[in-house]
Write a protein that binds this ligand. Structure first.
Ligand code: SAM
Ligand code: SF4
Length: 329
């Protein structure tokens, strides 16, 4: 098991497949000038599959989420999914994507064994999409979402980040649209993971703001009686249900005490938290010929050092050096 000193057990592995992306969301990447990871430093497909195999067979991981950067940009994605689906025990597998190109690959991903997708879409307005992502790809994302549902990658979840002055007024419209299309919408509070280090607590749209805005048009009742387990999203039944909406309030209502995550970056570093400033290198061990048991041991040691919380509330909080796109969200 991957256990830490606070008794938390990690069963959910987030794997970043690349730090590159075809969008430039303002809260995640700079417009230009971000240094990409060097190609030789990236894990190969074989190395990724081997590490996931160790996590699943030796360390108790039951869920694997592929992310990035934009994971659809990884040429070997379908085959990585297929090979992970053949592991015993077979992990549950999902993908977090911006949806650009999903129209083409949703069927193949489903056939390879992917269970679900989360597609990020912050706005229904193409011009706001362009301001948020610095690219004109709104239509691609909408088509990707439809293709995911048609391929059976369900429930299709939609992740939305609200940014002041851009899409902060869109929460009710996004929810009405998600209900109409049978997507499960989750709002994510903006976190201090932008490369410009421009995040300000005072300026961010909080879970409280989002819920107040939604309640102008919908009735919301807590789904879980305040018990959300390790799920980061607090979920509300909309207008009596069964439809739901989630809010991931990493900043204002952190869920660190129930965290069950471990993360692997595209260059083979284990991170125990999005906000961690320390990483543990597995790539070096892999490439120096370490056996599976040794790699599993290094991963356990990394987990043992997991901090109690993100530290966001601490005045001495420092952003991690990597931006979100290079950590893997
Ligand atoms: N490119 C894919 C995508 O956009 O879904 C996967 C990687 S992206 C880093 C994963 C998720 O992190 C997205 O839903 C994105 O909106 C979210 N995200 C990125 N930067 C963020 C930030 N600073 N605060 C909150 N969420 C963020
Ligand atoms: Fe790319 Fe996803 Fe970051 Fe947007 S949030 S820049 S789509 S990695």
């Amino acid at each position: 098991m991957l256990i830490d000193t606070y008794g938390r057990v990690a069963t959910d592995l987030r794997v970043s497949l690349t730090d590159r992306c075809n969008l430039r969301c303002t809260y995640c990447m700079p417009e230009e000038g971000l240094q990409w990871l060097a190609k030789p430093d990236l894990l190969t497909d074989d190395e990724i599959v081997r590490l996931i195999g160790i996590a699943v067979t030796e360390l108790g991981v039951t869920e694997v989420r592929f992310t990035g950067g934009e994971p659809l940009l990884r040429p070997g994605l379908v085959s990585i999914v297929e090979r992970c689906a053949a592991l015993a025990p077979r992990p549950k597998m999902s993908l977090t994507t911006n949806g650009v190109g999903l129209e083409r690959t949703a069927g193949a991903l489903r056939d390879a064994g992917l269970d679900r997708v989360n597609v990020s879409l912050d706005t229904l307005r193409p011009e706001v999409f362009q301001a948020l992502t610095r690219r004109k790809r709104h239509g691609d994302v909408l088509r990707g979402l439809e293709a995911a549902r048609a391929a059976g990658l369900t429930p299709v979840k939609v992740n939305a980040v609200l940014m002041p002055g851009l899409n902060e007024d869109e929460a009710p419209d996004l929810l009405a649209w998600a209900l109409e299309h049978d997507y499960e919408l989750r709002f994510i509070e903006q976190m201090p993971l932008d490369p410009q280090h421009g995040w300000k607590r005072d300026g961010m749209i909080t879970a409280g703001d989002i819920l107040a805005s939604l309640r102008t048009r919908f009735t919301l009742a807590p789904e879980d009686d305040g018990e959300r387990g390790s799920a980061p999203a607090e979920r509300w039944l909309v207008d009596g249900g069964p439809a739901r909406v989630g809010v991931i309030a990493s900043v204002t209502r952190p869920f660190c005490r129930a965290c069950d995550r471990t993360r692997l970056t595209a260059d083979g570093q284990v991170r125990t938290c999005l906000f961690a400033r320390e990483e543990s290198d597995l790539r070096g061990a892999l490439r120096s010929g370490a056996p599976d048991e040794e790699i599993a041991r290094l991963w356990r040691v990394a987990m043992w050092g997991k901090k109690a919380g993100s530290g966001l509330d601490d005045p001495s909080f420092l952003q991690p050096d990597r931006p979100m796109s290079a950590i893997g969200g």
